[in-house]
Design a protein around this ligand. Structure first.
Ligand code: COA
Length: 329
């Protein structure tokens, strides 16, 4: 099969209006603005209201991407939402978004791989476009992590936020997708997981009493793996694309911790003005963090045709991945 090219023709993003600052967190947690800022780089995060769900954020981001690309919902051939905070177990959040956009009868499915969601999604969506199976794909990363946060646990409550970012990929003469490197290792799922909710430990009263239906994380262990895996995934993606570190114009990493981003950027020798960070504004929005950062950077007019972007992420699973991408006109 001869592969076609793929490029991004639309970007959009959205975050809930409600902002929670570090100072707000000080009101009920034994923490401080100074601790959170120096340990994570985070200052604010957006948390959904009780009546706001993941598909609401995804829908707004998708509408933004459609406006940017000057396309109608019915022009999209397939919808993918990357999320670990779906509206429901089923139907898939992507089906809800497609229906609300009025894209009746279109294929739609979710990808669940936590903070690596957008990297896996970009790999899958690029494959669908390049193979000609679906010439135009809407790929969304959307999360409402605040809904599965233990707001009394200072080690996790400070880290996560809500938001959505969307891209539209379509067939192109030029090819933006240069390479992908994905990985996973679930030998210790308890490093970062929600213990009770699925079929292994369905939610019961005991689980609720112990907050097992909320995010649990071994932060220090996750930190070490994140730095190692983000660096090795980037190295491998660059090698597959026959690129050097010096070819990278922009690094758009998952926004988990400013210190993780700095460590990866230092190793990759990418100067700080080429490393896209918005962690101070959104915290860690899991699968949404990279498409939000990309959308903001594109809207700011910073990315030029020919620029090489490395997207890299790490998260629950454990899972990780990097994609090398050449921005097309
Ligand atoms: N405010 C104040 N103190 C806090 C705190 C908070 N919000 N959270 C933890 N602490 C305390 C700890 O209790 C500990 O106290 P102790 O020394 O008395 O036991 C101390 O700070 C150091 O804790 P530690 O966990 O070693 O801090 P750290 O420097 O590793 O930073 C994280 C904690 C969570 C910020 C960091 O480990 C991290 O970012 N990990 C990766 C998380 C991540 O990326 N997850 C998602 C992956 S997609």
């Amino acid at each position: 099969m001869s592969l076609r090219g793929v490029k991004i023709v639309g970007v959009g993003h959205h975050a809930p209006a409600h902002v929670v600052t570090n100072v707000d967190l000080e009101q009920w947690l034994d923490t401080s603005d100074e601790w959170i800022t120096t340990r994570t780089g985070m200052k604010r995060r957006h948390w959904a209201s009780p009546d706001e769900a993941t598909s609401d954020l995804a829908l707004a981001a998708a509408q933004g991407a459609l406006r940017y690309a000057n396309l109608r919902p019915t022009d999209i051939d397939c919808f993918i939402v990357c999320t670990v905070t779906p509206d429901y177990y089923f139907p898939a959040t992507a089906c809800l978004v497609a229906a609300r956009l009025g894209a009746k009868d279109k294929p739609a499915f979710d990808i669940s791989i936590a903070c690596s969601g957008f990297i896996y999604g970009l790999t899958v969506a690029s494959g669908l476009v390049r193979s000609g199976v679906y010439p135009r794909v809407m790929l969304i990363g959307a999360e409402t992590l605040s809904k599965i946060l233990n707001k009394a646990d200072r080690s996790t409550a400070i880290l996560f936020g809500d938001g959505a970012g969307a891209v539209i990929l379509e067939t192109s003469e030029e090819n933006s997708f240069l390479s992908s490197e994905l990985g996973s290792d679930a030998s210790r799922p308890e490093m970062l997981y929600v213990r009770s909710s699925g079929s292994r430990h369905p939610i019961d009263h005991a689980a609720l009493d112990e907050s097992l239906n909320l995010i649990h994380m071994q932060g220090r262990e996750v930190f070490k793996s994140a730095v190692t895996k983000m660096i090795s995934a980037t190295d491998k993606a660059l090698a597959k694309a026959r690129l050097n570190k010096s070819d990278v114009t922009f690094l758009i990493p998952h926004q988990a911790n400013k210190r993780i981003i700095d460590a990866a950027a230092h190793y990759l020798e990418v100067p700080s003005d080429k490393v896209v960070t918005n962690i101070h504004e959104y915290g860690n929005t899991s699968a949404a963090s990279i498409p939000i950062a990309l959308s903001e950077t594109v809207h700011a007019g910073k990315i030029k045709p020919g620029n090489v972007i490395v997207f890299v992420a790490f998260g629950g699973g454990l899972s990780w991945g990097a994609v090398a991408w050449r921005w097309a006109a």
